[in-house]
Write a protein that binds this ligand. Structure first.
Ligand SMILES: NC(=O)c1ccc[n+]([C@@H]2O[C@H](COP(=O)([O-])OP(=O)(O)OC[C@H]3O[C@@H](n4cnc5c(N)ncnc54)[C@H](OP(=O)(O)O)[C@@H]3O)[C@@H](O)[C@H]2O)c1
Length: 245
């Protein structure tokens, strides 16, 4: 029997997913494994990382616990991980506060996690030559980078930088046939929404702004990420994909 035709297959590819212990990262790890990838899952919380591992299809997956804001964790992660064909830079946090009330330590925390971790991890992977030729990087930015809302300046600015960084990676790593793209999700049903400081009523009102009158599901973002990781995305680099409605 011939194998089913599927240009979105990830068979034979190894994909590192950051923030794999929750939400979009967990869904991405699961969906990647269902499409044949070997997954390297990373996050801070070992128990939740374990839950992700238990949900993966197939064998050979690894999990490496790491806090991406710590330089020593980033170097250990890169040292321990196998060669990869895909990087999904997804770990992120949100903090809502009007600009005049922004606290310095929160600003640092948001940028360290959302923005600087993308820089340090990518740099470490590339210097260690852990990304194979023909590989693909996907950086999870946000629609919030473009559609600013009150109280969201820290997060929005940190995510706008991620979108820009994805384009710089596309330019600098194209000679190695490595692609890089950003994904910009609208609001997605994940634990992050509970940390955003919005009331249940405000969330319900916000959903009405969407054409489908609902927020996205984590796997609906994962499928866009998979397009960019797979050979179906072979002619996409330096782009930003909005996933929203
Ligand atoms: N949900 C949305 O509406 C939405 C919309 C647009 C974009 N996004 C973006 O999508 C990405 C995933 O968000 P989500 O909604 O899935 O959030 P989530 O459920 O809260 O998951 C966030 C993930 O990031 C990891 N993480 C946070 N800080 C970390 C650190 N210092 N080191 C390593 N890992 C860290 C967490 O790991 P632990 O739990 O193990 O600490 C967790 O796995 C984020 O970048 C977010 O900004 C989300």
């Amino acid at each position: 029997m011939t194998e089913a035709y599927n240009p979105f297959s990830l068979a034979g590819k190894t994909v590192l997913v950051t923030g794999a212990s929750s939400g979009i990262g967990r869904a991405t790890a699961i969906e990647c494994s269902r499409l044949g990838a070997t997954v390297v899952a990373t996050g801070r919380d070992e128990a939740r990382l374990g839950e992700t591992m238990a949900a993966l299809t197939g064998k050979g997956h690894v999990s490496i616990q790491a806090d991406l804001t710590k330089a020593e964790d980033v170097s250990r992660l890169v040292q321990e991980m196998p060669q990869i064909d895909g990087l999904v830079c997804n770990a992120g946090i949100t903090r809502r506060r009007p600009i005049s009330f922004v606290k310095e330590d929160e600003l640092q925390e948001v940028f360290n996690t959302n923005t600087f971790a993308c820089f340090t991890l990518t740099k470490a992977i590339m210097k260690a030559r852990k990304m194979n030729r023909g590989g693909s990087m996907v950086f999870v930015s946000s629609m919030a980078a473009r559609q600013v809302t009150p109280g969201n300046a820290m997060y929005a600015a940190s995510k706008a930088a991620v979108e820009s960084f994805a384009r710089s990676c596309a330019l600098e790593y194209a000679p190695m046939q490595i692609r890089s793209n950003a994904i910009l999700p609208g609001m997605v049903e994940t634990p992050m929404n509970n940390e955003g400081g919005l009331s249940a009523e405000a969330i319900e009102r916000d959903k009405q702004n969407y054409l489908m009158k609902r927020y996205g599901k984590p796997e609906e973002i994962a499928w866009g990420i998979i397009y960019l990781l797979s050979d179906a995305g072979a002619w996409s680099s330096g782009t930003s994909m909005e996933i929203t409605c």
